[in-house]
Design a protein around this ligand. Structure first.
Ligand SMILES: [Zn+2]
Length: 259
């Protein structure tokens, strides 16, 4: 199935584009040693997290135990479709200024699963919580200083955020796109975020079960009923056969069931 690169933050509040302020010096006029960063401040209050919407693998961690600003370089596990070109490609991202405590838990080769929240914004090398981000494709040439004195992640091709990512409006609320023109991801290819499947647990599964019990009424003892009986039997230390016999029935009656 086609996989689209989806913007990896729940709030978009871009506070500095690639061609503004101290970002301009990242690439102008030194295009050979350059990247095109943007600053993502997310909620702009509290500590937001990077929230990947594709699976990524960590390629490099910088900034622990030295004076380099905290950073990670990551790459999509799969080739993804990006707005910049038709051919699927590995998308390479860098993030800077993240929380050191989170960075310490990461390791090279680690898979960052879509929907996870592996690290939060930090202030290492910055005066306000935000992520300094770059998106790139092609060969990586290194972390290099250009003629303007800016440290850049030098790849074959540096992309603007709207060239690298589609937006899934179910994931990202846009507060400030800073003039970038993001496109919505084609709906039929949305990632399976928020879907629930067999084996899942948690508060939402509880809500789903309660809702279904209210809304799916019928007099047919089917797979759903059988599955519920098995769960009930398991919870009560009974044999999980999915049938309601005298033992199961009396347990149910103890807990309020009336025929
Ligand atoms: Zn920045």
């Amino acid at each position: 199935m086609k996989e689209y690169a989806i913007y990896p933050f729940e709030e978009m509040r871009i506070t500095q584009a690639h061609n503004e302020g101290n970002h301009l010096a990242h690439w102008y006029p030194f295009k050979d040693v350059a990247d095109k960063p943007w600053d993502e401040a997310c909620k702009d209050s509290g500590r937001s997290s990077f929230c990947p919407q594709n699976d990524y693998v960590i390629e490099e961690i910088l900034g622990l135990g030295n004076n380099i600003t905290n950073s990670v370089r990551i790459k999509t596990v799969n080739k993804v479709i990006i707005p910049y070109q038709d051919e699927p490609v590995y998308l390479e991202l860098t993030f800077t200024h993240m929380e050191e405590e989170d960075l310490r838990k990461l390791y090279v080769g680690q898979i960052l699963k879509k929907g996870s929240k592996p690290f939060r914004e930090g202030k290492d090398g910055a005066n306000a919580y935000h992520f300094h981000c770059t998106a790139n494709i092609g060969k990586y040439y290194g972390f290099k200083k250009n003629g303007n004195g800016k440290w850049c992640y030098v790849y074959e091709k540096s992309l603007l955020p709207d060239e690298a990512f589609y937006i899934d409006s179910n994931v990202t609320t846009i507060y400030n796109a800073r003039g970038y023109r993001f496109q919505e991801v084609p709906k039929q290819f949305l990632p399976a975020r928020g879907w629930f499947t067999k084996g899942d647990s948690g508060e939402n599964v509880d809500k789903i079960n309660n809702w279904l019990a209210e809304h799916v009424k019928g007099q047919f003892f089917g797979d759903y009923t059988e599955a519920c009986v098995k769960v009930f039997q398991k919870q009560n230390g009974l044999e999980e056969d999915g049938n309601i016999g005298p033992i199961t029935l009396s347990k149910m009656e103890e807990q309020g069931f009336k025929e």
